[in-house]
Write a protein that binds this ligand. Structure first.
Ligand code: IVH
Length: 675
């Protein structure tokens, strides 16, 4: 969190959101529509204001930040860079036989000359090219597709093992290496993420790759990344004749290289290295998936050359995935924070890749069906870089009689609400979005969010405290909080408690569409909530509505209608809504049948206004159209349904004509409004 006043940050956040929207709008007007509404100077002022906010609160920076945008190119977060020497990838060998075949091809290419090899652990991270100029770090570029990568200098700069200055001021120097996340850092990061309700990373490689591509280097700095260099690509001081000497030269300049790298005189020595490393692999603080075998002498490398995809002078020997056999004791179901039900196999504990494994994810019921995993089955589990092992297959020959098939429960094991699986989806979900303890935290945060009931100050840490102390269980409890108890909480005081209660009180006056959205009904986004609010006028009316009448609302499809009904049918949800109403949260909206009546000629139409309309401002015309279920947009495209052309209509009218869009004059427009 920032060290600024929370109110100030929140205000800036709102302003930044407004600015982004406005910038996006004007940018498009300028670049895409070629029809600017404001002067260049005014546009620049918007960007400057946003940059000022982002400088003050860098955590508010987003991928569309003007600070990150390069010229008029498509919105790219990172600059790209073309590698002068492409970053090739390696061919793989999965067993000794394939390794021997590789050597035979190599020997043929270098005509019987006997190579010495360098053997290196193959670290599971992401490769990076780093440039220094006059000894100073100049840029760091991801591999990308091998030819063009992304410039991530700011992030790589935060990795302590990457020197910002070489020991000598070499004029131009480029090295390649692997950025990775040490296992210890990975465990710590995932623990923090799970505590904070964020989804954990599947493996250290994903975590490292994600961290290098974060837009805020301050977060990257917090991720404890590391880097080992494995290749000297270019040096203005000249490159030594062998790779092994190149590794030493890099070390001399202050680059970290792997101390487990070694020289192997022949393929037998390579195989011994592979075995040795495999035996100690679990002692390493990083994950490896094999050994890279490289020809040491650069002149031999040159003669060996490359195929279209890989160099012939190197190969990656991949260790087989680590597997073990064990027995499924039970299959249980976990409910995630968004209500997804995940079946998990509880296993007889077994040693695998240095850890004791007693659970494995089964992902979803389709997976279980496909693999036919049953309780009491003997199964093969595998760890392929992932922290959570997977069930690979059932050893059917060992299936015992009475092995029980798994069935997804029909009610949520945590809260008892109905479980549904939507058409076309693999996941089963709990429908108790508001009442299920597994989903409470998310439900509260969503309810209080800016686009929901906008209860400022009710953020993650406060929600966590309220839940931990059992001061709230669901959103209705928020309206019973008392100042005294609130003031006792961490980082609260009488003043903040009073402020929060003020915010909660104010939330009672939010319009109905916000409340509907804040309830977190699946598929009900802000737009659908607005439509539903307009059509039904009160929460009770919405929950009492039948599926057909929900479906009759403009823009509401069968999936959404079904979910609204499901929500309404859960007793827990009905009780919750009654308590909300009793607490005074019962906004009303005049239901506007016109807005949803399919009969209006504007319902669901995309309309463009151009020229002046006698007796109406553009704003008035726009709200009349919107009140009848239409949308008003700024420019004419093939998607435009109707153009209202007033006096002195210009290029838009021409465009409408050329696209064959329906055009009406002001009199016809008035007639349509009164229909
Ligand atoms: S040498 C042409 N050495 O493995 C030579 N790569 O599958 C290219 N890797 O993209 C790479 N440790 O990200 C090399 N000691 C090592 C390595 C290594 C990990 C990665 C690297 C590369 C991938 C190729």
């Amino acid at each position: 969190m920032s060290r600024h006043e929370p109110g100030e940050r929140a205000a800036s956040e709102r302003r930044a959101a407004e600015l982004r929207e406005s910038i996006a709008h004007h940018r498009k007007r300028y670049y895409v529509d070629d029809d600017p509404e404001i002067s260049d100077g005014e546009y620049d002022a918007l960007e400057r204001e946003l940059v000022a906010i982002e400088t003050r609160f860098p955590e508010l920076r987003t991928p569309d930040s003007p600070t990150l945008r390069v010229g008029g190119a498509p919105a790219e977060a990172f600059e790209t860079f073309t590698h002068e020497i492409p970053l090739l990838s390696l061919d793989n060998a999965y067993d000794v036989e394939e390794l021997r075949e590789w050597e035979a091809r190599l020997l043929k290419a270098i005509e019987g000359d006997r190579p010495t090899y360098v053997v290196e652990p193959k670290i599971d991270g992401l490769s990076i090219a780093v440039h220094w100029r006059d000894g100073l770090l100049e840029r760091a570029v991801t591999r990308g597709d091998g030819a063009v990568g992304e410039v991530v200098t700011g992030n790589v700069r935060t990795i302590p093992s990457v020197p910002l200055r070489l020991t000598r001021a070499v004029a131009a120097f480029e090295a390649r290496g692997e950025v990775y996340m040490p296992r210890s850092a990975f465990r710590e990061l995932n623990r923090r993420r799970e505590e904070g309700g964020e989804p954990p990373f599947a493996n250290p490689r994903n975590a490292a790759a994600g961290s290098v591509r974060l837009l805020d280097p301050r977060i990257t700095a917090d991720r404890r990344l590391d880097c080992l260099f494995y290749g000297l690509a270019r040096s203005s001081d000249g490159v030594p004749p062998t790779h092994f000497e190149g590794l030493r030269a890099m070390r001399d300049l202050g680059l970290r290289t792997n101390l487990r790298n070694d020289v192997a005189a022949d393929l037998d020595a390579v195989l011994r290295y592979i075995e040795r490393l495999q035996a100690t692999r679990e002692e390493l603080d990083y994950e490896i998936d094999g050994v890279v075998v490289k020809v040491d002498r650069l002149d031999q490398r040159e003669r060996a050359g490359a195929t279209s995809k890989f160099p012939r002078w190197a190969i990656a020997y991949k260790y087989p995935a680590q597997q073990a056999t064990t027995v499924v004791r039970d299959i249980v179901v976990q409910v995630g924070r968004t209500g997804t039900l995940t079946p998990v196999a509880e296993l007889e504990p077994v040693q695998l890749a240095g850890t004791t494994v007693s659970r494995a994810s089964l992902h979803n019921s389709d997976e279980i069906e496909r693999k036919d995993v049953r309780v009491r089955d003997t199964v093969v589990v595998e760890k392929a870089g992932e922290i959570i092992p997977q069930v690979v297959k059932v050893v059917t020959s060992k299936r015992r009689r009475g092995a029980r098939k798994f069935r997804m429960p029909e009610t949520c094991p945590v809260c008892g609400s109905a479980v549904v699986r939507e058409e076309g989806e693999v996941a089963h979900r709990c429908t108790g979005a508001q009442t299920c303890p597994a989903q409470r935290r998310e439900a509260l945060l969503h309810f209080a969010s800016r686009t929901g009931m906008d209860i400022q100050g009710l953020g993650e840490s406060l929600v966590d405290q309220l839940l931990r102390r059992e001061m709230v269980r669901d959103v209705a409890d928020l309206y019973r909080l008392e100042a005294g108890a609130l003031a006792e909480l961490e980082r609260m005081g009488e003043k903040s408690a009073a402020n929060l209660l003020g915010e909660i009180e104010a939330s009672k006056r939010r319009p109905l569409n916000r409340l509907i959205y804040a309830l977190g009904i699946r598929h009900v986004g802000e737009r659908a909530a607005r439509q539903l609010a307009g059509a039904f006028g009160s929460l009770t009316a919405l929950l009492d509505a039948g599926e057909d009448s929900i479906l009759a609302v403009e823009e509401i499809g069968p999936k959404t209608a079904r979910q609204v009904r499901l929500f309404a049918e859960q007793r827990g949800n009905r009780e919750l809504v009654e308590r909300l109403i009793a607490a005074g949260v019962d906004p009303r909206e005049e239901s506007r049948p016109a807005a949803t009546a399919p009969g209006s000629p504007f319902a669901g139409k995309s309309v463009v206004l151009t020229g002046t309309l006698p007796g109406r401002t553009r704003e008035e015309a726009k709200s009349e159209i919107e009140a009848r279920g239409g949308r008003v947009t700024g420019s004419v495209s093939a998607k435009t349904d109707l153009v209202v052309a007033g006096q002195a209509a210009g290029s838009k009218l021409d465009r409408a004509r050329s696209l064959g869009v329906e055009i009406v004059d002001p009199e016809e427009f008035e007639r349509m409004l009164s229909r």
